[in-house]
Design a protein around this ligand. Structure first.
Ligand code: UDP
Length: 605
Protein backbone atom coordinates (compact mmCIF):
# COMPACT_ATOMS: atom_id res chain seq x y z
CA UNK A 1 0.00 0.00 0.00
CA UNK A 2 0.91 3.58 -0.53
CA UNK A 3 3.01 5.42 2.06
CA UNK A 4 2.02 9.03 2.52
CA UNK A 5 5.28 10.59 1.47
CA UNK A 6 4.54 13.56 -0.79
CA UNK A 7 7.60 14.81 -2.73
CA UNK A 8 8.22 18.41 -1.68
CA UNK A 9 8.68 19.68 -5.24
CA UNK A 10 5.17 18.78 -6.39
CA UNK A 11 2.96 21.78 -7.20
CA UNK A 12 -0.29 22.46 -5.34
CA UNK A 13 -3.58 21.36 -6.89
CA UNK A 14 -5.73 24.02 -8.54
CA UNK A 15 -9.08 23.44 -6.85
CA UNK A 16 -12.07 25.64 -6.13
CA UNK A 17 -13.24 26.03 -2.52
CA UNK A 18 -16.25 23.95 -3.43
CA UNK A 19 -14.04 21.15 -4.77
CA UNK A 20 -11.96 21.17 -1.58
CA UNK A 21 -15.12 20.91 0.52
CA UNK A 22 -16.44 17.92 -1.49
CA UNK A 23 -13.02 16.23 -1.30
CA UNK A 24 -12.75 16.70 2.45
CA UNK A 25 -16.26 15.41 3.05
CA UNK A 26 -16.11 12.24 1.00
CA UNK A 27 -12.74 11.49 -0.58
CA UNK A 28 -9.83 12.20 1.74
CA UNK A 29 -8.50 9.61 4.14
CA UNK A 30 -9.84 10.23 7.66
CA UNK A 31 -8.85 9.29 11.20
CA UNK A 32 -11.17 7.55 13.63
CA UNK A 33 -12.77 10.86 14.59
CA UNK A 34 -13.64 11.57 10.98
CA UNK A 35 -11.00 14.27 10.54
CA UNK A 36 -9.21 14.26 7.15
CA UNK A 37 -5.63 13.06 7.50
CA UNK A 38 -4.60 13.79 3.96
CA UNK A 39 -4.58 16.89 1.78
CA UNK A 40 -6.04 16.84 -1.74
CA UNK A 41 -2.44 16.86 -2.99
CA UNK A 42 -1.62 13.74 -0.95
CA UNK A 43 -4.73 12.09 -2.35
CA UNK A 44 -3.78 12.85 -5.96
CA UNK A 45 -0.22 11.66 -5.35
CA UNK A 46 -1.51 8.48 -3.67
CA UNK A 47 -3.61 7.83 -6.80
CA UNK A 48 -0.88 8.83 -9.28
CA UNK A 49 1.79 6.74 -7.57
CA UNK A 50 -0.41 3.67 -7.16
CA UNK A 51 -1.63 3.68 -10.76
CA UNK A 52 1.80 4.42 -12.24
CA UNK A 53 3.16 1.60 -10.06
CA UNK A 54 1.38 -0.93 -12.30
CA UNK A 55 4.02 -0.17 -14.95
CA UNK A 56 6.54 -2.07 -12.82
CA UNK A 57 4.77 -5.30 -13.84
CA UNK A 58 5.83 -4.58 -17.37
CA UNK A 59 9.44 -3.94 -16.48
CA UNK A 60 9.47 -0.18 -15.83
CA UNK A 61 12.26 1.06 -13.56
CA UNK A 62 11.58 2.86 -10.29
CA UNK A 63 12.64 6.13 -11.93
CA UNK A 64 10.30 5.60 -14.88
CA UNK A 65 7.39 4.86 -12.54
CA UNK A 66 8.14 8.03 -10.60
CA UNK A 67 8.26 10.08 -13.79
CA UNK A 68 4.94 8.63 -14.96
CA UNK A 69 3.37 9.26 -11.54
CA UNK A 70 4.38 12.91 -11.86
CA UNK A 71 2.65 13.13 -15.22
CA UNK A 72 -0.52 11.55 -13.82
CA UNK A 73 -0.37 13.89 -10.84
CA UNK A 74 -0.14 16.90 -13.14
CA UNK A 75 -3.17 15.76 -15.16
CA UNK A 76 -5.36 15.34 -12.09
CA UNK A 77 -4.25 18.36 -10.06
CA UNK A 78 -4.72 20.74 -12.96
CA UNK A 79 -8.18 19.31 -13.75
CA UNK A 80 -7.24 18.16 -17.24
CA UNK A 81 -8.16 14.54 -16.55
CA UNK A 82 -9.81 12.79 -13.61
CA UNK A 83 -10.50 9.09 -13.03
CA UNK A 84 -13.91 8.03 -11.68
CA UNK A 85 -14.57 8.56 -7.98
CA UNK A 86 -13.74 5.03 -6.72
CA UNK A 87 -10.21 5.36 -8.12
CA UNK A 88 -9.71 8.63 -6.25
CA UNK A 89 -11.19 7.24 -3.06
CA UNK A 90 -9.61 3.79 -2.97
CA UNK A 91 -6.32 3.67 -4.90
CA UNK A 92 -3.45 2.84 -2.57
CA UNK A 93 -5.85 2.08 0.28
CA UNK A 94 -6.96 -1.24 1.76
CA UNK A 95 -10.24 -1.53 -0.18
CA UNK A 96 -8.46 -0.93 -3.48
CA UNK A 97 -11.63 -1.15 -5.61
CA UNK A 98 -11.24 1.36 -8.41
CA UNK A 99 -14.21 0.96 -10.78
CA UNK A 100 -17.57 2.76 -10.97
CA UNK A 101 -19.53 0.34 -13.15
CA UNK A 102 -20.61 -3.27 -12.74
CA UNK A 103 -23.27 -5.58 -14.14
CA UNK A 104 -24.26 -8.70 -12.21
CA UNK A 105 -26.40 -11.57 -13.53
CA UNK A 106 -29.65 -12.53 -11.80
CA UNK A 107 -30.69 -16.13 -12.38
CA UNK A 108 -34.14 -17.53 -11.87
CA UNK A 109 -33.41 -19.26 -8.56
CA UNK A 110 -33.32 -18.02 -4.99
CA UNK A 111 -29.79 -19.37 -4.73
CA UNK A 112 -27.67 -21.57 -6.94
CA UNK A 113 -24.44 -20.82 -5.13
CA UNK A 114 -23.31 -18.35 -7.78
CA UNK A 115 -25.82 -16.04 -9.42
CA UNK A 116 -29.20 -16.82 -7.92
CA UNK A 117 -31.26 -13.90 -6.64
CA UNK A 118 -29.79 -13.94 -3.13
CA UNK A 119 -26.25 -14.74 -4.29
CA UNK A 120 -26.29 -11.67 -6.47
CA UNK A 121 -27.90 -9.62 -3.72
CA UNK A 122 -24.82 -10.32 -1.63
CA UNK A 123 -22.49 -9.50 -4.52
CA UNK A 124 -24.37 -6.23 -4.97
CA UNK A 125 -23.74 -5.29 -1.34
CA UNK A 126 -20.00 -5.95 -1.79
CA UNK A 127 -19.85 -3.80 -4.92
CA UNK A 128 -21.76 -0.97 -3.26
CA UNK A 129 -19.55 -1.12 -0.20
CA UNK A 130 -16.57 -0.59 -2.47
CA UNK A 131 -18.05 2.48 -4.15
CA UNK A 132 -19.27 0.89 -7.39
CA UNK A 133 -22.68 1.09 -9.05
CA UNK A 134 -24.51 -2.01 -10.27
CA UNK A 135 -26.79 -2.84 -13.18
CA UNK A 136 -29.04 -5.88 -13.45
CA UNK A 137 -31.29 -7.43 -15.99
CA UNK A 138 -34.25 -9.07 -14.27
CA UNK A 139 -35.35 -10.59 -17.57
CA UNK A 140 -34.43 -14.16 -16.66
CA UNK A 141 -36.81 -14.22 -13.69
CA UNK A 142 -40.12 -16.01 -14.24
CA UNK A 143 -43.13 -13.69 -14.25
CA UNK A 144 -45.42 -12.95 -11.35
CA UNK A 145 -47.92 -15.75 -10.76
CA UNK A 146 -45.82 -18.40 -12.47
CA UNK A 147 -45.34 -21.76 -10.74
CA UNK A 148 -42.65 -22.45 -8.20
CA UNK A 149 -42.37 -26.24 -8.44
CA UNK A 150 -40.31 -26.88 -5.32
CA UNK A 151 -42.83 -25.19 -3.03
CA UNK A 152 -46.00 -25.49 -5.09
CA UNK A 153 -46.25 -21.74 -4.62
CA UNK A 154 -46.37 -18.86 -7.10
CA UNK A 155 -43.51 -16.58 -8.15
CA UNK A 156 -43.63 -12.94 -7.16
CA UNK A 157 -41.93 -11.70 -10.34
CA UNK A 158 -39.02 -9.41 -11.34
CA UNK A 159 -40.44 -6.20 -9.88
CA UNK A 160 -40.79 -7.69 -6.40
CA UNK A 161 -37.16 -8.78 -6.44
CA UNK A 162 -36.03 -5.42 -7.71
CA UNK A 163 -37.76 -3.93 -4.67
CA UNK A 164 -35.81 -6.34 -2.49
CA UNK A 165 -32.54 -5.13 -4.04
CA UNK A 166 -33.71 -1.58 -3.54
CA UNK A 167 -34.38 -2.12 0.16
CA UNK A 168 -30.99 -3.74 0.63
CA UNK A 169 -29.29 -0.86 -1.16
CA UNK A 170 -30.95 1.51 1.25
CA UNK A 171 -29.21 -0.11 4.21
CA UNK A 172 -25.74 -0.56 2.72
CA UNK A 173 -24.00 2.72 2.17
CA UNK A 174 -21.23 2.66 -0.38
CA UNK A 175 -17.97 2.40 1.54
CA UNK A 176 -19.36 4.96 3.95
CA UNK A 177 -19.16 7.50 1.16
CA UNK A 178 -22.01 7.25 -1.26
CA UNK A 179 -25.22 5.30 -1.46
CA UNK A 180 -25.44 2.50 -3.95
CA UNK A 181 -26.81 3.33 -7.36
CA UNK A 182 -28.51 0.70 -9.50
CA UNK A 183 -29.90 0.15 -12.94
CA UNK A 184 -32.80 -2.27 -13.36
CA UNK A 185 -33.55 -3.53 -16.85
CA UNK A 186 -36.34 -5.67 -18.22
CA UNK A 187 -36.69 -6.83 -21.80
CA UNK A 188 -39.79 -5.52 -23.52
CA UNK A 189 -40.79 -9.10 -24.37
CA UNK A 190 -40.92 -10.18 -20.71
CA UNK A 191 -44.50 -11.04 -19.63
CA UNK A 192 -44.30 -8.60 -16.65
CA UNK A 193 -43.37 -5.63 -18.82
CA UNK A 194 -46.49 -3.56 -17.95
CA UNK A 195 -45.86 -3.92 -14.24
CA UNK A 196 -42.19 -2.98 -14.71
CA UNK A 197 -42.92 0.14 -16.77
CA UNK A 198 -45.30 1.42 -14.09
CA UNK A 199 -43.22 0.51 -11.03
CA UNK A 200 -41.76 3.99 -10.62
CA UNK A 201 -44.89 5.99 -11.47
CA UNK A 202 -44.99 6.61 -7.75
CA UNK A 203 -41.73 8.51 -7.35
CA UNK A 204 -41.32 7.42 -3.72
CA UNK A 205 -40.79 3.82 -4.88
CA UNK A 206 -37.59 1.99 -5.86
CA UNK A 207 -35.59 5.18 -5.36
CA UNK A 208 -32.17 3.50 -5.50
CA UNK A 209 -32.79 2.31 -9.04
CA UNK A 210 -32.89 3.90 -12.42
CA UNK A 211 -35.00 1.71 -14.68
CA UNK A 212 -34.83 1.14 -18.42
CA UNK A 213 -36.75 -1.07 -20.80
CA UNK A 214 -34.57 -3.10 -23.16
CA UNK A 215 -36.18 -2.45 -26.54
CA UNK A 216 -35.43 -4.87 -29.34
CA UNK A 217 -35.23 -3.92 -33.01
CA UNK A 218 -38.18 -6.21 -33.61
CA UNK A 219 -40.22 -4.27 -31.09
CA UNK A 220 -39.27 -0.92 -32.65
CA UNK A 221 -40.27 -2.26 -36.06
CA UNK A 222 -43.63 -3.29 -34.64
CA UNK A 223 -44.07 0.20 -33.19
CA UNK A 224 -43.44 1.77 -36.59
CA UNK A 225 -45.70 -0.70 -38.39
CA UNK A 226 -48.44 -0.53 -35.77
CA UNK A 227 -48.29 -4.27 -35.16
CA UNK A 228 -48.04 -6.61 -32.22
CA UNK A 229 -45.09 -8.55 -30.85
CA UNK A 230 -44.57 -11.74 -28.85
CA UNK A 231 -44.07 -12.03 -25.10
CA UNK A 232 -41.62 -14.82 -24.32
CA UNK A 233 -41.32 -17.13 -21.37
CA UNK A 234 -38.02 -16.47 -19.58
CA UNK A 235 -37.87 -20.17 -18.75
CA UNK A 236 -37.68 -21.56 -22.28
CA UNK A 237 -38.27 -18.78 -24.79
CA UNK A 238 -41.70 -20.04 -25.80
CA UNK A 239 -44.36 -17.53 -26.87
CA UNK A 240 -46.72 -16.94 -23.96
CA UNK A 241 -48.66 -13.92 -25.17
CA UNK A 242 -48.77 -10.89 -27.41
CA UNK A 243 -48.85 -7.16 -26.89
CA UNK A 244 -49.69 -4.27 -29.13
CA UNK A 245 -46.31 -2.56 -29.65
CA UNK A 246 -47.71 0.97 -29.79
CA UNK A 247 -49.68 0.46 -26.60
CA UNK A 248 -46.56 -0.62 -24.72
CA UNK A 249 -44.52 2.16 -26.28
CA UNK A 250 -47.18 4.65 -25.17
CA UNK A 251 -46.93 3.35 -21.61
CA UNK A 252 -43.15 3.85 -21.68
CA UNK A 253 -43.57 7.35 -23.09
CA UNK A 254 -46.21 8.17 -20.52
CA UNK A 255 -43.93 7.09 -17.66
CA UNK A 256 -41.00 9.05 -19.09
CA UNK A 257 -43.19 12.11 -19.52
CA UNK A 258 -44.59 11.81 -16.03
CA UNK A 259 -41.48 10.98 -14.00
CA UNK A 260 -38.49 10.67 -16.37
CA UNK A 261 -38.64 6.87 -16.14
CA UNK A 262 -38.37 4.32 -17.62
CA UNK A 263 -35.49 5.17 -19.91
CA UNK A 264 -34.86 2.98 -22.91
CA UNK A 265 -31.94 0.74 -23.74
CA UNK A 266 -31.74 -0.21 -27.42
CA UNK A 267 -30.34 -3.62 -26.65
CA UNK A 268 -29.81 -4.99 -30.17
CA UNK A 269 -27.99 -1.81 -31.17
CA UNK A 270 -25.69 -2.16 -28.17
CA UNK A 271 -25.04 -5.83 -28.91
CA UNK A 272 -24.10 -5.14 -32.49
CA UNK A 273 -20.95 -3.51 -31.12
CA UNK A 274 -20.32 -5.96 -28.28
CA UNK A 275 -16.57 -6.44 -28.74
CA UNK A 276 -16.48 -9.95 -27.26
CA UNK A 277 -19.69 -11.78 -28.26
CA UNK A 278 -18.04 -15.17 -27.64
CA UNK A 279 -18.08 -14.33 -23.92
CA UNK A 280 -21.77 -13.41 -23.72
CA UNK A 281 -24.16 -10.69 -24.76
CA UNK A 282 -25.11 -7.39 -23.18
CA UNK A 283 -28.24 -7.56 -21.09
CA UNK A 284 -27.90 -4.50 -18.88
CA UNK A 285 -25.98 -1.26 -18.33
CA UNK A 286 -24.45 0.43 -15.31
CA UNK A 287 -26.65 2.90 -13.32
CA UNK A 288 -26.22 5.93 -15.54
CA UNK A 289 -26.43 4.01 -18.82
CA UNK A 290 -23.05 4.74 -20.39
CA UNK A 291 -21.75 1.18 -20.07
CA UNK A 292 -23.57 -1.80 -21.56
CA UNK A 293 -21.80 -4.71 -19.85
CA UNK A 294 -21.71 -8.50 -19.85
CA UNK A 295 -22.50 -10.52 -16.73
CA UNK A 296 -19.71 -9.92 -14.15
CA UNK A 297 -18.31 -7.20 -16.35
CA UNK A 298 -16.76 -4.05 -14.96
CA UNK A 299 -15.51 -0.75 -16.30
CA UNK A 300 -13.23 1.85 -14.82
CA UNK A 301 -13.83 5.33 -16.17
CA UNK A 302 -11.84 8.51 -16.59
CA UNK A 303 -12.65 11.76 -18.33
CA UNK A 304 -10.64 14.34 -20.21
CA UNK A 305 -11.67 17.95 -19.65
CA UNK A 306 -11.82 19.07 -23.29
CA UNK A 307 -12.60 22.71 -22.51
CA UNK A 308 -8.97 23.05 -21.46
CA UNK A 309 -7.70 22.52 -25.00
CA UNK A 310 -9.10 25.73 -26.44
CA UNK A 311 -6.29 28.21 -27.09
CA UNK A 312 -7.86 31.28 -25.51
CA UNK A 313 -5.14 33.59 -26.80
CA UNK A 314 -5.53 32.50 -30.45
CA UNK A 315 -6.93 35.18 -32.80
CA UNK A 316 -10.71 34.82 -32.74
CA UNK A 317 -10.93 35.01 -36.55
CA UNK A 318 -9.15 31.65 -36.85
CA UNK A 319 -11.55 28.82 -37.73
CA UNK A 320 -12.69 27.09 -34.50
CA UNK A 321 -10.81 23.84 -35.22
CA UNK A 322 -7.55 25.80 -35.43
CA UNK A 323 -8.12 27.15 -31.96
CA UNK A 324 -8.01 23.65 -30.44
CA UNK A 325 -4.62 22.35 -29.30
CA UNK A 326 -4.88 18.93 -30.97
CA UNK A 327 -1.28 17.91 -30.18
CA UNK A 328 -1.76 18.49 -26.48
CA UNK A 329 -5.12 16.70 -26.60
CA UNK A 330 -3.40 13.71 -28.24
CA UNK A 331 -0.74 13.65 -25.53
CA UNK A 332 -3.36 13.71 -22.78
CA UNK A 333 -5.54 11.03 -24.42
CA UNK A 334 -2.51 8.70 -24.68
CA UNK A 335 -1.58 9.29 -21.05
CA UNK A 336 -5.20 8.85 -19.93
CA UNK A 337 -5.51 5.57 -21.86
CA UNK A 338 -2.31 4.36 -20.22
CA UNK A 339 -3.68 5.40 -16.82
CA UNK A 340 -6.95 3.51 -17.31
CA UNK A 341 -5.20 0.37 -18.55
CA UNK A 342 -3.04 0.45 -15.41
CA UNK A 343 -6.14 0.78 -13.24
CA UNK A 344 -7.14 -2.74 -14.33
CA UNK A 345 -3.91 -4.14 -12.89
CA UNK A 346 -3.98 -2.03 -9.73
CA UNK A 347 -7.63 -2.87 -9.04
CA UNK A 348 -8.87 -5.22 -6.31
CA UNK A 349 -12.12 -6.61 -7.62
CA UNK A 350 -14.86 -7.69 -5.21
CA UNK A 351 -15.46 -11.10 -6.90
CA UNK A 352 -13.20 -13.63 -8.65
CA UNK A 353 -15.57 -13.73 -11.67
CA UNK A 354 -15.19 -9.98 -12.11
CA UNK A 355 -11.42 -10.10 -11.72
CA UNK A 356 -11.12 -12.80 -14.37
CA UNK A 357 -13.31 -11.11 -16.95
CA UNK A 358 -11.64 -7.73 -16.37
CA UNK A 359 -8.24 -9.25 -17.09
CA UNK A 360 -9.54 -11.18 -20.11
CA UNK A 361 -11.07 -8.24 -21.97
CA UNK A 362 -9.48 -5.20 -20.29
CA UNK A 363 -12.41 -2.86 -20.89
CA UNK A 364 -11.85 0.81 -20.10
CA UNK A 365 -14.09 3.86 -20.43
CA UNK A 366 -12.30 7.02 -21.47
CA UNK A 367 -14.80 9.86 -21.67
CA UNK A 368 -14.91 13.60 -21.77
CA UNK A 369 -16.22 16.45 -19.68
CA UNK A 370 -16.22 20.21 -20.19
CA UNK A 371 -17.90 19.92 -23.58
CA UNK A 372 -20.17 22.92 -23.03
CA UNK A 373 -17.13 24.92 -21.87
CA UNK A 374 -15.29 24.07 -25.07
CA UNK A 375 -18.22 25.27 -27.15
CA UNK A 376 -18.59 28.61 -25.35
CA UNK A 377 -14.85 29.20 -25.59
CA UNK A 378 -15.06 28.67 -29.34
CA UNK A 379 -18.21 30.81 -29.55
CA UNK A 380 -20.33 27.95 -30.94
CA UNK A 381 -23.91 27.42 -29.73
CA UNK A 382 -24.63 23.91 -28.41
CA UNK A 383 -27.90 23.87 -30.31
CA UNK A 384 -26.44 24.26 -33.79
CA UNK A 385 -25.20 22.11 -36.66
CA UNK A 386 -21.76 23.59 -36.09
CA UNK A 387 -21.83 22.48 -32.45
CA UNK A 388 -22.93 18.95 -33.33
CA UNK A 389 -20.31 18.72 -36.08
CA UNK A 390 -17.61 19.84 -33.65
CA UNK A 391 -18.77 17.11 -31.23
CA UNK A 392 -18.38 14.50 -33.93
CA UNK A 393 -14.96 15.83 -34.80
CA UNK A 394 -13.56 16.01 -31.27
CA UNK A 395 -14.87 12.58 -30.29
CA UNK A 396 -13.58 10.98 -33.49
CA UNK A 397 -10.14 12.33 -32.66
CA UNK A 398 -10.24 11.13 -29.05
CA UNK A 399 -11.56 7.71 -30.04
CA UNK A 400 -8.90 7.25 -32.69
CA UNK A 401 -6.06 8.45 -30.45
CA UNK A 402 -7.24 6.25 -27.63
CA UNK A 403 -7.08 3.26 -29.99
CA UNK A 404 -3.61 4.30 -31.11
CA UNK A 405 -2.54 4.48 -27.48
CA UNK A 406 -4.05 1.06 -26.77
CA UNK A 407 -2.16 -0.41 -29.74
CA UNK A 408 1.02 1.09 -28.45
CA UNK A 409 0.42 -0.48 -25.02
CA UNK A 410 -0.27 -3.82 -26.72
CA UNK A 411 3.16 -3.73 -28.37
CA UNK A 412 4.85 -4.19 -25.02
CA UNK A 413 2.07 -5.68 -22.86
CA UNK A 414 0.25 -7.84 -25.39
CA UNK A 415 -3.28 -7.63 -26.78
CA UNK A 416 -6.15 -8.39 -24.38
CA UNK A 417 -6.37 -12.19 -23.92
CA UNK A 418 -9.78 -12.52 -25.66
CA UNK A 419 -8.58 -10.53 -28.68
CA UNK A 420 -8.59 -13.36 -31.26
CA UNK A 421 -12.35 -14.05 -31.27
CA UNK A 422 -13.25 -10.39 -30.60
CA UNK A 423 -14.53 -7.92 -33.22
CA UNK A 424 -10.96 -6.53 -33.36
CA UNK A 425 -9.28 -9.89 -33.99
CA UNK A 426 -7.63 -11.19 -37.17
CA UNK A 427 -9.78 -12.24 -40.13
CA UNK A 428 -9.30 -15.92 -39.40
CA UNK A 429 -10.87 -15.81 -35.93
CA UNK A 430 -12.72 -12.49 -35.40
CA UNK A 431 -16.42 -12.16 -34.53
CA UNK A 432 -18.50 -11.13 -37.55
CA UNK A 433 -22.00 -9.97 -38.36
CA UNK A 434 -24.52 -12.55 -39.53
CA UNK A 435 -23.82 -11.52 -43.14
CA UNK A 436 -20.11 -12.28 -42.69
CA UNK A 437 -18.89 -8.68 -42.66
CA UNK A 438 -16.50 -7.38 -40.03
CA UNK A 439 -17.94 -5.19 -37.28
CA UNK A 440 -14.65 -3.30 -36.90
CA UNK A 441 -11.41 -3.36 -38.86
CA UNK A 442 -8.64 -5.45 -37.27
CA UNK A 443 -6.68 -3.62 -34.57
CA UNK A 444 -4.17 -5.14 -32.18
CA UNK A 445 -5.56 -3.49 -29.06
CA UNK A 446 -4.75 -3.83 -25.38
CA UNK A 447 -8.38 -3.08 -24.48
CA UNK A 448 -11.62 -4.45 -25.97
CA UNK A 449 -13.50 -1.19 -25.38
CA UNK A 450 -12.00 2.27 -25.04
CA UNK A 451 -14.45 5.14 -25.02
CA UNK A 452 -17.64 6.26 -23.29
CA UNK A 453 -19.24 9.43 -21.95
CA UNK A 454 -19.96 9.34 -18.19
CA UNK A 455 -22.02 11.94 -16.30
CA UNK A 456 -18.91 13.10 -14.37
CA UNK A 457 -21.20 14.28 -11.57
CA UNK A 458 -18.47 14.72 -8.98
CA UNK A 459 -15.23 14.74 -10.91
CA UNK A 460 -16.39 17.70 -13.01
CA UNK A 461 -16.56 19.65 -9.73
CA UNK A 462 -12.91 18.79 -9.04
CA UNK A 463 -11.95 19.75 -12.58
CA UNK A 464 -14.08 22.92 -12.40
CA UNK A 465 -15.89 22.25 -15.66
CA UNK A 466 -19.27 21.45 -17.17
CA UNK A 467 -20.42 17.82 -16.82
CA UNK A 468 -19.92 15.19 -19.54
CA UNK A 469 -21.37 16.38 -22.83
CA UNK A 470 -24.28 18.19 -21.17
CA UNK A 471 -24.99 21.81 -21.99
CA UNK A 472 -24.44 24.41 -19.29
CA UNK A 473 -27.02 23.95 -16.57
CA UNK A 474 -27.07 27.63 -15.69
CA UNK A 475 -24.94 30.67 -16.46
CA UNK A 476 -25.28 31.88 -12.90
CA UNK A 477 -27.01 31.05 -9.67
CA UNK A 478 -27.12 32.40 -6.15
CA UNK A 479 -24.83 30.43 -3.86
CA UNK A 480 -25.18 30.45 -0.11
CA UNK A 481 -21.72 31.41 1.09
CA UNK A 482 -21.26 31.43 4.86
CA UNK A 483 -24.80 32.63 5.37
CA UNK A 484 -25.00 35.26 2.64
CA UNK A 485 -26.25 34.78 -0.91
CA UNK A 486 -23.63 35.52 -3.57
CA UNK A 487 -23.95 35.28 -7.34
CA UNK A 488 -21.86 32.42 -8.75
CA UNK A 489 -21.32 33.23 -12.41
CA UNK A 490 -19.78 31.13 -15.19
CA UNK A 491 -16.15 32.37 -15.42
CA UNK A 492 -16.18 32.40 -19.24
CA UNK A 493 -19.27 34.58 -19.15
CA UNK A 494 -17.59 37.00 -16.73
CA UNK A 495 -14.41 37.07 -18.83
CA UNK A 496 -16.30 37.80 -22.06
CA UNK A 497 -18.49 40.43 -20.38
CA UNK A 498 -15.36 42.18 -19.12
CA UNK A 499 -13.53 41.89 -22.45
CA UNK A 500 -16.52 43.26 -24.33
CA UNK A 501 -17.21 45.98 -21.77
CA UNK A 502 -20.75 45.12 -20.61
CA UNK A 503 -19.84 43.64 -17.24
CA UNK A 504 -21.50 44.99 -14.12
CA UNK A 505 -22.01 43.42 -10.72
CA UNK A 506 -25.64 44.46 -10.82
CA UNK A 507 -26.18 42.57 -14.11
CA UNK A 508 -24.47 39.43 -12.76
CA UNK A 509 -26.70 39.49 -9.71
CA UNK A 510 -29.82 40.00 -11.83
CA UNK A 511 -28.83 37.04 -14.02
CA UNK A 512 -28.17 34.84 -10.99
CA UNK A 513 -31.44 35.82 -9.33
CA UNK A 514 -33.66 35.51 -12.39
CA UNK A 515 -31.95 32.38 -13.67
CA UNK A 516 -31.58 33.48 -17.31
CA UNK A 517 -29.45 35.80 -19.47
CA UNK A 518 -32.10 37.30 -21.72
CA UNK A 519 -31.39 40.94 -20.89
CA UNK A 520 -30.69 43.83 -23.31
CA UNK A 521 -27.14 44.29 -21.99
CA UNK A 522 -26.17 40.77 -23.11
CA UNK A 523 -25.40 40.74 -26.85
CA UNK A 524 -27.56 38.44 -28.98
CA UNK A 525 -24.71 36.18 -30.08
CA UNK A 526 -23.61 35.71 -26.46
CA UNK A 527 -27.17 34.78 -25.49
CA UNK A 528 -27.07 32.09 -28.18
CA UNK A 529 -23.66 30.76 -27.17
CA UNK A 530 -24.47 30.57 -23.44
CA UNK A 531 -27.61 28.59 -24.06
CA UNK A 532 -28.57 26.35 -21.12
CA UNK A 533 -30.04 22.84 -20.88
CA UNK A 534 -33.58 24.16 -20.47
CA UNK A 535 -33.41 26.53 -23.43
CA UNK A 536 -32.17 23.89 -25.83
CA UNK A 537 -34.80 22.17 -27.96
CA UNK A 538 -34.88 18.43 -27.07
CA UNK A 539 -33.95 17.52 -30.63
CA UNK A 540 -30.52 19.17 -30.23
CA UNK A 541 -29.82 17.16 -27.09
CA UNK A 542 -30.39 13.97 -29.07
CA UNK A 543 -28.47 15.15 -32.14
CA UNK A 544 -25.46 15.93 -29.96
CA UNK A 545 -25.70 12.53 -28.24
CA UNK A 546 -25.94 10.77 -31.61
CA UNK A 547 -22.91 12.63 -33.00
CA UNK A 548 -20.82 11.51 -30.02
CA UNK A 549 -22.21 7.99 -30.20
CA UNK A 550 -20.78 7.58 -33.70
CA UNK A 551 -17.29 7.64 -32.19
CA UNK A 552 -17.83 6.06 -28.78
CA UNK A 553 -17.28 2.33 -28.23
CA UNK A 554 -19.78 1.90 -25.40
CA UNK A 555 -22.64 4.33 -24.75
CA UNK A 556 -23.35 7.82 -23.49
CA UNK A 557 -24.88 9.18 -20.34
CA UNK A 558 -27.08 12.07 -21.40
CA UNK A 559 -30.35 13.63 -20.30
CA UNK A 560 -32.65 15.24 -22.84
CA UNK A 561 -34.40 18.09 -21.06
CA UNK A 562 -37.99 19.08 -21.79
CA UNK A 563 -39.88 22.12 -20.59
CA UNK A 564 -42.69 21.41 -18.15
CA UNK A 565 -45.37 22.00 -20.79
CA UNK A 566 -43.97 19.36 -23.18
CA UNK A 567 -46.52 16.74 -24.25
CA UNK A 568 -46.30 12.96 -24.42
CA UNK A 569 -46.11 13.31 -28.21
CA UNK A 570 -42.99 15.44 -27.80
CA UNK A 571 -41.39 12.73 -25.69
CA UNK A 572 -42.43 9.99 -28.13
CA UNK A 573 -40.86 11.88 -31.04
CA UNK A 574 -37.56 12.12 -29.16
CA UNK A 575 -37.53 8.41 -28.29
CA UNK A 576 -38.08 7.60 -31.97
CA UNK A 577 -35.46 10.12 -33.10
CA UNK A 578 -32.88 8.63 -30.73
CA UNK A 579 -33.54 5.18 -32.20
CA UNK A 580 -33.40 6.47 -35.77
CA UNK A 581 -30.10 8.28 -35.09
CA UNK A 582 -28.48 5.08 -33.75
CA UNK A 583 -28.27 6.06 -30.09
CA UNK A 584 -27.91 3.12 -27.71
CA UNK A 585 -30.43 4.52 -25.25
CA UNK A 586 -32.26 7.66 -24.23
CA UNK A 587 -33.17 9.34 -20.97
CA UNK A 588 -35.49 12.31 -20.68
CA UNK A 589 -36.36 14.73 -17.93
CA UNK A 590 -39.32 17.11 -18.05
CA UNK A 591 -38.83 20.12 -15.85
CA UNK A 592 -40.73 19.79 -12.57
CA UNK A 593 -41.78 16.19 -13.20
CA UNK A 594 -40.13 14.91 -10.06
CA UNK A 595 -40.80 16.29 -6.61
CA UNK A 596 -37.18 17.16 -6.00
CA UNK A 597 -34.66 18.50 -8.43
CA UNK A 598 -31.06 18.23 -7.32
CA UNK A 599 -30.02 21.40 -9.09
CA UNK A 600 -32.20 24.34 -9.88
CA UNK A 601 -31.77 27.78 -11.29
CA UNK A 602 -33.20 31.03 -10.11
CA UNK A 603 -34.13 32.15 -6.65
CA UNK A 604 -34.50 28.74 -5.08
CA UNK A 605 -30.91 27.49 -5.29
N1 UDP B 1 -22.04 5.95 -9.65
C1 UDP B 1 -22.50 5.32 -8.50
N2 UDP B 1 -23.02 6.08 -7.48
C2 UDP B 1 -23.09 7.43 -7.54
C3 UDP B 1 -22.63 8.08 -8.70
C4 UDP B 1 -22.10 7.31 -9.74
O1 UDP B 1 -22.47 4.11 -8.41
O2 UDP B 1 -23.57 8.07 -6.57
C5 UDP B 1 -21.47 5.14 -10.76
C6 UDP B 1 -22.47 4.82 -11.85
O3 UDP B 1 -22.16 3.57 -12.41
C7 UDP B 1 -22.22 5.91 -12.84
C8 UDP B 1 -20.73 6.05 -12.76
O4 UDP B 1 -20.44 5.87 -11.38
O5 UDP B 1 -22.68 5.55 -14.11
C9 UDP B 1 -20.17 7.34 -13.23
O6 UDP B 1 -20.86 8.42 -12.64
P1 UDP B 1 -20.18 9.85 -12.53
O7 UDP B 1 -19.42 10.10 -13.77
O8 UDP B 1 -21.22 10.85 -12.13
O9 UDP B 1 -19.18 9.60 -11.30
P2 UDP B 1 -17.99 10.48 -10.67
O10 UDP B 1 -16.74 9.75 -11.00
O11 UDP B 1 -18.04 11.88 -11.19
O12 UDP B 1 -18.26 10.42 -9.19
Amino acid sequence: LFDDHLPSDLPEATLSDNARIVLAKRYLKKDEDGQPIEEPETMFWRVARTIAGADARYGASEAAVDELARQFYALMTTGVFEPNSPTLMNAGRPLGQLSACFVLPVDDALSNGRSGIYDTLKAMALVHQSGGGTGFSFSRLRPEGDNVRSTMGVASGPVSFMKLYDASTEVVKQGGTRRGANMGILRVDHPDIRNFIACKNDTSQVTNFNISVALTDEFMKAVKAGGSYDLLSPRNGSVVGQEDARQIFDLIVHGAWKTGEPGTFFIDRANEYNPVPSLGSYEATNPCGEQPLLAYDVCNLGSVNVGRFVKLDAPSDLPPEDRIDWDELRRVVHLATHFLDNVIDANRYPLAEIHNLAHTIRRIGLGIMGWADLLVRLGIPYSSHEGVEMGRRVMRFINEESRNASERLAETRGVFPAWGPSIWGPDATCARRADGSRVRPMRALRNCNLTTVAPTGTISIFAGCSGGIEPLFAVAFMRNQAGSLMPDVNPDFVRIAQEQGWYSEELMERIATEGHIHFDEVPEDIQRVFVTAHDIAPEWHVRMQAAFQEHVDSAISKTTNFPNEATEDDVRAIYELAFDLDCKGVTVYRDGSRPMQVLSTGKTS
